[in-house]
Design a protein around this ligand. Sequence first.
Ligand SMILES: CC(C)(COP(=O)(O)OP(=O)(O)OC[C@H]1O[C@@H](n2cnc3c(N)ncnc32)[C@H](O)[C@@H]1OP(=O)(O)O)[C@@H](O)C(=O)NCCC(=O)NCCS
Length: 173
Amino acid sequence: MKTRRARPADLPALSALIAHYAETGLLLPRTERELRARLADFLVLEDVEGLAGCVALEPYGPHLAEIRSLAVRPGAQGRGWGRRLLRFALRVARRRRIARVFAVTESPEFFLRHGFVPAARDAFPEKLQRDCLGCPKHRHCRLDAVVLTLRPLSKCSDPLPVLTPAIPALPAR
Ligand SMILES: CC(C)(COP(=O)(O)OP(=O)(O)OC[C@H]1O[C@@H](n2cnc3c(N)ncnc32)[C@H](O)[C@@H]1OP(=O)(O)O)[C@@H](O)C(=O)NCCC(=O)NCCS
């Protein structure tokens, strides 16, 4: 079993894994087009059967990133794979000198076990702008935000998160 960055060949399995949990509302759905455009953000866990799990580390400027689309293969929960993916994502975030990572999730407890602390969702206006405002569930959202500081913001040359999305929004299909 190994962790690595996602490759184009992972797209069908990534899409199927995320769609599986999106159906039950545990993850936000991602279109194939969006996944292709965002493939560089994805890290995966692979075993002999293929894709065992995934996580995306989505940048919002140089100092802030979101942990998104964290999932392990259905039926394989509770084996430490989610923890392994999260730790891998945090290692990559540290290597990229990202100061803070956040998640907006149905499972805040999973993140709290790994050092994250609760945060207000509106502490991340970039996220609201990019994903939440267009979401049909926005007004009744049950998701919680959590955040982890990886290095003191005072050590950043620009202490404020950059509010402009790292890539422009995809045009509607
Ligand atoms: C959430 C998910 C990624 C966890 O992966 P996993 O491989 O089952 O979790 P692990 O076996 O690595 O568990 C690590 C720890 O977190 C705990 N944990 C696992 N899932 C949890 C959850 N949903 N809520 C709270 N704690 C959880 C485990 O009990 C374990 O605790 P321990 O360290 O005290 O033993 C996985 O259940 C999943 O794919 N869920 C569906 C998608 C989803 O909800 N993603 C998260 C939102 S971004």
